[in-house]
Design a protein around this ligand. Structure first.
Ligand SMILES: C[S@@+](CC[C@H](N)C(=O)[O-])C[C@H]1O[C@@H](n2cnc3c(N)ncnc32)[C@H](O)[C@@H]1O
Length: 435
């Protein structure tokens, strides 16, 4: 284990490590890109707390900001001290960390990070929080906890559902597995979990999904190395139920990495050929690794690094799954850093990229073939409106309505919103090529 020293040469305490990670995200780095590197510096016994504090603070970021702002007589304009305050308040309001430890360790962190002169402010505000916990907690509970641009957009798109939606987006998503039914049935795997003393239950919408009732280190679950299951959100698992029978067909998974849906299609069907395409070579490596672990790799699967805006298929496809790059607002529960990273201006660019990929992939589809358009967004611009615009441009496209009892019917497609103990926000629209 490497220790991270601060200016005086002493080792940084855990809260200071948490603040450093949160500062990296504020500087635009994704949590996934810094987490492992930062985690390595933290001692084994502190990792669970480090993880909880980083993810929890990101999850409550804007609410913590709302709690803090009225307490400052002048704006701090000091990201280090502000972040120390959020980390301190999060411990006091949302965890069982003892108040004296939360305060002293966080004040010490502010000193270790070079903010000795402002450590008194951190101390005073955190002590006040221990006296006025109820009031602070109310502000935290009632805050939409979204950046203002996103709250505005979601209110416009989901006026009626907005309050519930902002509550749902603050929650921790369940840990959901997709059983690899080529190896084991869902019932058999539930029995295996029970034998191991692991509490779990069946998903309601996916017939191959299992929700674990407790948080567990996934690789230590039975059958992981042997490819018995994958981790995949319940609503993401619906993809394989919405495509036609793919046995003997030519299929393109146009934005495939890291391969969650590719693998599911191969677990359920035996296509003549499946091309898994993505422009990100590093992420595509994970497709190969996942297919290998699940024993789904074979000669009929081809993994191609290419830009889906320009790429031409070797032959026209029977089915194209287009899990488009998107704002990922529907999966904020699993990636709370999106709250800080995503900017209002990103949305129009993403919508344009989706449109270009759609246009090119549409040219790669056979007449009579099906394209399943998917996003993990809950913004109408990327979903319903994207589809309205697509159908307006394409007389050769006809929607195949998804006739199910889940989600919310849109002008085109169906929208799933994130739900406590259930899946994330996903959008599906099924399109047939008619001419
Ligand atoms: C939502 S993710 C796909 C998730 C994947 N289908 C799964 O289930 O595991 C979107 C993917 O689109 C890829 N992507 C973005 N722009 C692309 C482009 N122009 N061409 C091909 N892939 C692209 C990203 O690298 C990313 O892997």
């Amino acid at each position: 284990m490497r220790q991270s020293p601060h200016a005086s040469g002493k080792t940084l305490n855990l809260r200071a490590q948490v603040v450093k990670t949160l500062l990296a995200v504020q500087n635009g780095q994704s949590l996934a890109s810094v987490l492992n590197q930062h985690m390595n510096i933290v001692s084994d016994k502190d990792r669970a707390l480090y993880h909880e504090l980083v993810l929890g603070c990101l999850r409550q970021w804007h609410a913590l900001k709302q709690v803090t702002l009225p307490l400052l007589t002048v704006p701090l304009e000091n990201p280090v001290v502000e972040t120390c305050l959020y980390v301190g308040l999060y411990q006091l309001l949302c965890t069982r960390v003892a108040a004296h430890a939360a305060i002293s360790e966080t004040v010490e962190a502010s000193k270790q990070l070079g903010m000795e002169s402002l450590s008194g402010v951190v101390n005073a505000i955190l002590r006040r929080a221990t006296r006025e916990t109820e009031q602070f907690y109310d502000v935290l509970e009632n805050a939409s906890n979204l950046p203002s641009w996103l709250a505005k957009r979601l209110k416009k798109d989901w006026g009626e559902q907005f309050a519930e939606l902002s509550y749902e987006l603050k929650q921790v998503a369940p840990l959901t597995l997709r059983v690899n039914t080529r190896q084991v049935s869902r019932e058999e795997y539930l029995d295996i979990l029970e034998d191991e003393g692991i509490d779990a239950h069946r998903c309601e919408l996916s017939d191959v999904g299992i929700v674990l009732d407790e948080s567990i280190h996934v690789p230590s679950l039975p059958g992981f190395e042997a490819g018995g299951f994958s981790v995949q959100d319940e609503h993401a698992q619906l993809c394989a139920t919405l495509v036609p029978n793919l046995d003997g067909k030519f299929v393109i998974d146009a934005c495939a990495a890291p391969g969650g849906k590719t693998a599911h299609l191969l677990e359920k069907y035996q296509p003549k050929k499946l091309i898994a395409l993505d422009q990100d070579e590093k992420r595509l490596k994970r497709v190969s690794e996942n297919l290998e672990r699940l024993i789904l790799d074979g000669k009929h699967v081809e993994i191609i690094t290419a830009d889906a805006v320009k790429w031409t298929a070797p032959e026209l496809a029977d089915c194209i799954v287009l899990d488009a790059p998107c704002s990922a607002i529907g999966v904020i529960r699993r990636h709370p850093d999106i709250r800080l990273l995503r900017q209002s201006g990103d949305i129009a660019k993403t919508v344009e990229l989706q449109k270009q990929i759609l246009e090119n992939m549409w040219q790669q589809l056979k007449v009579g073939g099906t394209l399943l358009y998917i996003t993990c967004s809950i913004l109408k611009a990327e979903n319903e409106q994207q589809m309205v615009d697509f159908f307006a441009r394409h007389a050769d496209a006809q929607e195949q309505k998804i006739d199910v009892d889940w989600g919310i019917e849109q002008i085109h497609g169906r929208q799933l919103l994130p739900k406590v103990d259930h899946g994330d926000g996903f959008f599906y629209c099924r399109i047939q090529k008619t001419a």
